[in-house]
Every structure is written in structure tokens, then in C-alpha cells.
Design a protein around this ligand. Structure first.
Ligand SMILES: NC(=O)c1ccc[n+]([C@@H]2O[C@H](COP(=O)([O-])OP(=O)(O)OC[C@H]3O[C@@H](n4cnc5c(N)ncnc54)[C@H](OP(=O)(O)O)[C@@H]3O)[C@@H](O)[C@H]2O)c1
Length: 230
């Protein structure tokens, strides 16, 4: 494994898909650097997964916090082989005209600007190191639309466009893709599907095939709108 051990940076590791991927990548022998906002859960992750893995409490929507994190981990751990921009939020289900300005901004700040913050502070070193794959978590609602999720849809359609622009900018062998994970039974899915969320696959089960799928992404996929459903 030593030569194949990848350094994988994941945002949003305290629950759901991010936590499932973290556990699976570590089980496969890779190194994970993760972040999310909940300090107590980040502390527990640090306790359960010691070095070389590391976990940090920060908000991806803060450019300053992401900048400090990047400066720390790029120095101590080196250049990531993969960045998985997974952290995300969804609006409470409501028609667009009932969604307040601050809730709309929160969704865009985390789902779109949070991804741009990570790219701004990590990609220059990836370009210098001539390696790296960036996976931006999209959604079925990044390619289609439904009622009562307009801010979330807008943010994920933005991720599709942002990813294609980024892909056109990245020098080979770097790559950026948008990834739709299908429906996974997480707190986010519960927010919009209610108890019907439990009809869908668990994040742990999704990650069993999702992690190898992500590891297989390369320059040949640059700019693709990918889907991995279980
Ligand atoms: N579940 C699905 O069916 C589904 C379908 C399509 C796409 N997706 C996408 O998959 C990704 C993961 O979703 P999920 O279902 O696993 O959601 P989730 O269970 O709600 O988990 C979201 C994660 O993001 C973190 N997070 C939220 N805001 C953050 C911020 N500002 N800074 C740092 N971390 C933040 C959360 O941790 P803290 O609260 O501790 O910060 C949590 O760890 C999202 O991008 C989502 O849009 C999910």
C-alpha cells in the first residue's frame, strides 16, 4: 500500500457521506485530512483516527479559515492527491418566495463559495506539484429541479458550471469533476425527504463503492458530470 497511499482532503466529515468516505478511505489504507464545523465531533474523529490522519474544526464559507487551514496542512502534510468538496447544506423546504435572504445566502456561501475557497487555497500548490483530482459534490438537483429546493438547486447547478470552468483552467494531469451521489440516507436527505430518507442507502454502504470510484477518477474524466449511485 505504501506507494499507493493517497492523501485525501475531505470537507464535511462529521456525518453523512463525508464521514462514510473518511472511514472507508482510512480502512483502505489512505490518509485523510478532514474538516467540518462541529468541534466536539472533530475532537472525537481525532481521537478515533490518530496520525497520519488529522481533523480540523472550521467553516468552509470563511475564506480566512480555509486560508489558515491550507497553509497549515500544505506545510505539514504536503499536497493532497484528492480534494473532495463534500461539505454542504440545504434550505428548509419552502417555495422560493418564502425563503429569507439569510437562508439563501447561507446555502450559496457554503455550497458554492465554500468550494471556491478550498480551490483558491489548495489548487496553486497542486498545480506546482503537478498532481491532484478535485471532486465537487453535486446532486441530481444540480442537473434537474424540483419545488421547494430552489436555493439548493441554484447552488448545485452553480457547482456544475464552476467545475466545468475550473476543468478548462487546470493544466494536465490535474482534473476536476462534479459528482452526483444519488440519494443517501443522511441528515440532509431527511431535511427534504422526511422519514422516507431511510429507504435509501446508508453513507457507510455508499462509501464502500463510492471511495474506490473516486480513487479511479483521473485526467481522462476532467470536466465530467459524473454519477455514482448505489
Ligand atoms: N444525501 C444525499 O442524498 C445527497 C444527494 C445529493 C448530493 N448530496 C451532497 O453530498 C454532500 C454531503 O451531503 P450529506 O447528505 O452527507 O449531508 P449531511 O449529512 O448534512 O453532512 C454535511 C456535512 O457538511 C458539513 N458542513 C456543513 N456546513 C459546513 C461548513 N460551513 N463548513 C464545513 N463543513 C460544513 C457538516 O458538518 P458540520 O455541521 O459539523 O459543519 C457535515 O459534516 C453535500 O454536498 C450534498 O449536497 C447529498
Amino acid at each position: 500500500m505504501e506507494g499507493n497511499r493517497k492523501l485525501i482532503l475531505i470537507t464535511g466529515v462529521t456525518r453523512g457521506i463525508g464521514q462514510g468516505l473518511t472511514d472507508e478511505f482510512i480502512r483502505l489504507g489512505h490518509t485523510v485530512l478532514g474538516c467540518a464545523r462541529s468541534t466536539p465531533v472533530i475532537r472525537k474523529l481525532r481521537e478515533s483516527h490518530g496520525e497520519p490522519h488529522d481533523f480540523y474544526a472550521l467553516d468552509v464559507s470563511s475564506n480566512d479559515e480555509v486560508k489558515s487551514w491550507a497553509s497549515l496542512v500544505l506545510t505539514t502534510h504536503g499536497t493532497p492527491d484528492f480534494i473532495i468538496n463534500n461539505a454542504g447544506v440545504i434550505n428548509l423546504s419552502n417555495p422560493l418566495w418564502e425563503i429569507q435572504d439569510d437562508e439563501f445566502s447561507r446555502v450559496m456561501d457554503v455550497n458554492v463559495k465554500g468550494v471556491a475557497n478550498i480551490i483558491r487555497h489548495f489548487v496553486p500548490q497542486m498545480i506546482a506539484a503537478k498532481k491532484g483530482v478535485i471532486v465537487n459534490m453535486s446532486s441530481g438537483w444540480g442537473r434537474s429541479a424540483d419545488a421547494e429546493v430552489a436555493p439548493y438547486c441554484a447552488s448545485k447547478w452553480a457547482i456544475e458550471g464552476l467545475t466545468r470552468s475550473l476543468a478548462a483552467e487546470l493544466p494536465s494531469p490535474l482534473a476536476a469533476v462534479a459528482l452526483n451521489p444519488g440519494c443517501v440516507n443522511t441528515r440532509m436527505l431527511e431535511t427534504c425527504f422526511g422519514s422516507a430518507a431511510s429507504n435509501h442507502v446508508t453513507p457507510e454502504r455508499w462509501a464502500q463503492t463510492g471511495a474506490p470510484f473516486i480513487l479511479s477518477i483521473s485526467r481522462s474524466n476532467n470536466g465530467e458530470a459524473m454519477t455514482h449511485m448505489v
